[in-house]
Design a protein around this ligand. Structure first.
Ligand code: SF4
Length: 701
C-alpha cells in the first residue's frame, strides 16, 4: 500500500555521471517514493530506469548489516564494530610494521561522495601513512584525465549540457549515449538544429542507428582514422587559423604528422571508405557549431590518451571550443568520477594539486592543519601497479571501498587469484554478496545512496547534492562515519577533528580549491547547491562577489585561454602502435565489450537487486554474433556458445544480429563472464585498462 509523503526533497542520482535530479517523497523522515525532478537543470523532468529504481535496491536481503569476519572454515560470522575496527587496525599496522608502508593499499570508487573520497584519501595517505591507493575511475576516466591535462594544462571537460542542444554537427567517438547516458541523449533529441550526427564505432550501437553517418571502423583503427580526418580538415582549408594562432601551439608538427595518413592507406586499414573520411571532414569543417564527444570506447583502449587528444585536436584546429554547441567533450562514466579526479588524493594531490610540488604540499598541509611531513611527495601506484604489486608479494593488505574488482578488473581469473594471495583483504560495501566480498577477510557494512549526505560532480562539472532520506539497515554506517571510526582506532582522530561531517569537509574542499581552475570558494554551502539545482565548477569567491547565484549553464574556455601559463592548448600527436592482441588462426574473432543496456549498471551489484531492472535485461550472458559468423558456426539465436581467449573461457547465449561486423562479436560488461576473457593491457599514459577489444574463439556447445 503506497504511503502518502509529507514532503519532498531533491537529490542527485547515484549511478551515471549525468547527475539527474531525483525528487524524493519523504514521510516521517524516510523516503517512501521517488520521481524525476521536474525543476532541475540537468534532466528536464526525466530519469532512466536505474534512477526510477534507486530506492528499491536499498531493500535487498543481501545488504551488509553488521561487520563480518571470515571463519577458519571459509564462512563469515558477525562481529561488533569494535572488534572489526580493532582487527582492521591491528592487521594493517602489523603489515606496515613488518613490510613497510608500501605493503598496503586502498582501492576506491567513483560512486561515493566527494567528501568521503577526500576523507579516505587524506586519512589513508596523510593519517595512516599509506603510499598506494587508487580508484575504479582508473577503469573509466583516467585516459580523459591525462588527455585533458596534457592538452589543456588541467583536467577540465569544457562543456555544459546545453551544448547538446546547440550544435549543428555532433561527432560521437566510442560513445553510445542512447543507452549509456540516456538523459544526455534526450538533449540531443531536443536539439532544434536538426544536427548531423556522426558516430565512429566498430559496432552498430543504438546511437549509431540513430546517426546520420556511421563510420563502422575496424577495431583499433580509430587513431589512424582520426588523423586522416584531421589531415583532410587541414587540406580542405577548414582550419580556423586565427584561433590556432591565438590559442594553440604545435600546429605545424600536427599538420606534418597527420599528412602521413593518406586516404587510401587509412581507408584500407580502417574499413572506412575514402569518400566517407572526406565527407566527415567536410561536415566538421563546414559546421557552424561542432561538438565532439567520447567515452569508454576511446578511454578503455591501449592508446586511448592519444585518441582522445586526436579528438581534442580536431575541435581546437577548427575553433570549435568555448562557443555554444562546441567542445571536445569527454562524457564521464560514474556519478562521481569527477569527484574522484579532483578529491581522491590518488593521481593528484587532493584538490588537483601536485604531490611533487613543495608549494602544493605546504598549501594542503596548512589548509588541512596536517603536518607537512605527512604529505607524500609521490602519488603512489595506480590500480594496475597495485595489482602487479600483489602478484610480486609486495602488496599484502588491501582495503576495497565500494568497488568490485573480482568482477570488473580486466582478466578476471587472474585478478581473483591475486585477491586470494593477500594476507588481509577488507571489503567495505553496501552488500556482503559482491564477487569481491567473497574473497574478503573482513567486511565492513556501508550505507549507500539515499542513506547519507554529500556531493557528486557530474559530467558537466556540476556539484549536486545527495541526501540522507533513509536509515541504513542494521549497523551499516556511511563510508564517512567508517572513515571517522578508522581515524579514531588508528590513533589519528585528532588530526581529523575538523572533518566532523560532510558539509564541514565540503568547506575544507572549498579552501583547497582556492585559485585552482576548479575553484569553488564562491559556493555558499550545501544550501546554495540545493537552491540552484547544482553548481558547476569553477565558482570562485570573486565570481560570486556580486552575490548572485551562478548561471545554470557554463562552459569553459570562452575567452580562448587555457590553463597552461602561456594560455595555449597543446596539439599533441603520436606514432600509431599495433594492438596488443588481434585475431589470429587460434582466436579468429574480435570480442568487443561495453555497456549492454540502459537498465543495468557496471557489475550489477545494485541494479540486479531490482526486479524491474532485471526484467529489462537478459539474466543469462549473451554474445552478439553477425549472421554470417553465426551461419559458419551453425549457430542460431539462443544457442549456447563457448567463448575462449588466452585468459579464460565463458559460456553465453548467441544473439544473432548485424550490430557487429563479420569477424567481430560483442559481450556486455555487466556479466561476470565477460572479464574472464579480456586482456590485461593498459594505455601507457593513463594506466587505463584496454577493455574494449581482444581476440577470442567461439564454438557451438
Ligand atoms: Fe540519470 Fe544516469 Fe541516474 Fe539514469 S542513471 S537517472 S541517466 S543520472
Amino acid at each position: 500500500e503506497p504511503m502518502a509523503a509529507d514532503t519532498t526533497t531533491t537529490a542527485t542520482c547515484g549511478y551515471c555521471s549525468t547527475g539527474c535530479g531525483l525528487r524524493l517523497h519523504v514521510r516521517d523522515g524516510e523516503a517512501v517514493g521517488l520521481t524525476p525532478e521536474t525543476n532541475y537543470p540537468v534532466n528536464l523532468g526525466m530519469a532512466c530506469p536505474k534512477g526510477w529504481e534507486a530506492l528499491r535496491i536499498l531493500e535487498s536481503d543481501d545488504r551488509a548489516t553488521s561487520p563480518m569476519k571470515r571463519n577458519p572454515d571459509g564462512g563469515f560470522h558477525a562481529v561488533s564494530w569494535d572488534d572489526a575496527l580493532k582487527e582492521f587496525t591491528e592487521k594493517f599496522k602489523h603489515t606496515m610494521d613488518q613490510h613497510g608502508a608500501g605493503s598496503v593499499a586502498f582501492l576506491s570508487t567513483g560512486q561515493i561522495p566527494s567528501e568521503e573520497m577526500a576523507f579516505l584519501g587524506a586519512l589513508a595517505k596523510f593519517g595512516m601513512g599509506f603510499i598506494h591507493g587508487d580508484g575504479n575511475t582508473r577503469q573509466c576516466m583516467a585516459t580523459a584525465v591525462t588527455a585533458y591535462k596534457e592538452s589543456f594544462g588541467f583536467d577540465a571537460p569544457p562543456y555544459t549540457y546545453d551544448d547538446y542542444e546547440q550544435s549543428d554537427v555532433m561527432v560521437f567517438v566510442g560513445a553510445n549515449p542512447c543507452i549509456a547516458h540516456p538523459i544526455q541523449w534526450e538533449r540531443v533529441l531536443r536539439n532544434p538544429n536538426n544536427p548531423e550526427i556522426i558516430v565512429i564505432d566498430p559496432r552498430r550501437t543504438e546511437t549509431a542507428m540513430a546517426a546520420s553517418q556511421h563510420m563502422q571502423l575496424t577495431p583499433k583503427s580509430d587513431l589512424a582514422l582520426l588523423y586522416a580526418i584531421t589531415d583532410q580538415v587541414i587540406q580542405r582549408g577548414y582550419v580556423d587559423e586565427s584561433y590556432v594562432a591565438a590559442s594553440t601551439s604545435g600546429f605545424d608538427q600536427l599538420a606534418e604528422h597527420v599528412s602521413r595518413f593518406s586516404l587510401d592507406t587509412v581507408a584500407a586499414s580502417s574499413g572506412v571508405s575514402a569518400e566517407q573520411i572526406i565527407s566527415v571532414a567536410d561536415s566538421i569543417g563546414r559546421g557552424r557549431a561542432v561538438s565532439l564527444w567520447w567515452t569508454m570506447g576511446v578511454n578503455q583502449s591501449y592508446e586511448g590518451t592519444r585518441v582522445a587528444q586526436a579528438i581534442i585536436n580536431l575541435a581546437l584546429i577548427t575553433g570549435n571550443m568555448g562557443r555554444p554547441g562546441t567542445g571536445a567533450n569527454s562524457i564521464t562514466g560514474q556519478c562521481n568520477a569527477m569527484g574522484s579526479r579532483l578529491w581522491s588524493n590518488t593521481t593528484n594531490l587532493i584538490g588537483h594539486h601536485d604531490f611533487a610540488s613543495p608549494e602544493d604540499r605546504s598549501k594542503v598541509a596548512e589548509t588541512l592543519s596536517i603536518p607537512v611531513e605527512n604529505i607524500p611527495a609521490d602519488k603512489g601506484w595506480a590500480y594496475d601497479r597495485i595489482m602487479e604489486g600483489i602478484r610480486r608479494g609486495e602488496i599484502k593488505a588491501l582495503w576495497v571501498i565500494a568497488t568490485n574488482p573480482a568482477h570488473s578488473w580486466i582478466n578476471q581469473g587472474d585478478a581473483r587469484e591475486l585477491l586470494d594471495q593477500l594476507d588481509f583483504l577488507v571489503v567495505q560495501d553496501m552488500y556482503h554478496s559482491t564477487e569481491t566480498a567473497r574473497h574478503a577477510d573482513l567486511i565492513l557494512p556501508a550505507s549507500g545512496w539515499g542513506e547519507k549526505d554529500g556531493t557528486f560532480i557530474n559530467s558537466e562539472r556540476r556539484y549536486g547534492l545527495l541526501k540522507k532520506v533513509r536509515k541504513a539497515p542494521g549497523e551499516a554506517l556511511s563510508d564517512f562515519n567508517i572513515f571517522k571510526a578508522v581515524a579514531h582506532y588508528w590513533g589519528v582522530g585528532e588530526m581529523f577533528a575538523q572533518w566532523s561531517d560532510p558539509e564541514a569537509v565540503f568547506s575544507l574542499m572549498q579552501s583547497l580549491s582556492r585559485d585552482k581552475w576548479c575553484d569553488i570558494t564562491g559556493i555558499d554551502g550545501y544550501e546554495q547547491i540545493d537552491r540552484c539545482g547544482g553548481i558547476q565548477w569553477p565558482w570562485s569567491e570573486s565570481a560570486a562577489a556580486d552575490d548572485v547565484d551562478p548561471p545554470q549553464q557554463r562552459r569553459l574556455f570562452e575567452d580562448g585561454k587555457f590553463p597552461y601559463p602561456d594560455g595555449r592548448a597543446r596539439l599533441i600527436v603520436d606514432e600509431i602502435t599495433p594492438p596488443p592482441e588481434s585475431p589470429c588462426d587460434n582466436y579468429p574473432t574480435w570480442l568487443l565489450t561495453g555497456r549492454g543496456t540502459v537498465s543495468q549498471w557496471h557489475t550489477q551489484t545494485r541494479t540486479s537487486k531490482s526486479p524491474v531492472l532485471r526484467k529489462l535485461y537478459p539474466i543469462q550472458p549473451y554474445i552478439e554474433l553477425h549472421p554470417t559468423d553465426a551461419g559458419d558456426l551453425d549457430v542460431v539465436n539462443g544457442d549456447q556458445v563457448r567463448i575462449q581467449s588466452r585468459r579464460g573461457e565463458a559460456v553465453a547465449n548467441a544473439m544473432v544480429v548485424p550490430t557487429v561486423s563479420p569477424g567481430q562479436s560483442f559481450m556486455p560488461m555487466h556479466y561476470e563472464a565477460t572479464n574472464q576473457l579480456t586482456l590485461s593491457h593498459f594505455d601507457p599514459h593513463s594506466g587505463q585498462p584496454s577493455y574494449k577489444d581482444c581476440a577470442v574463439k567461439i564454438t557451438k556447445i
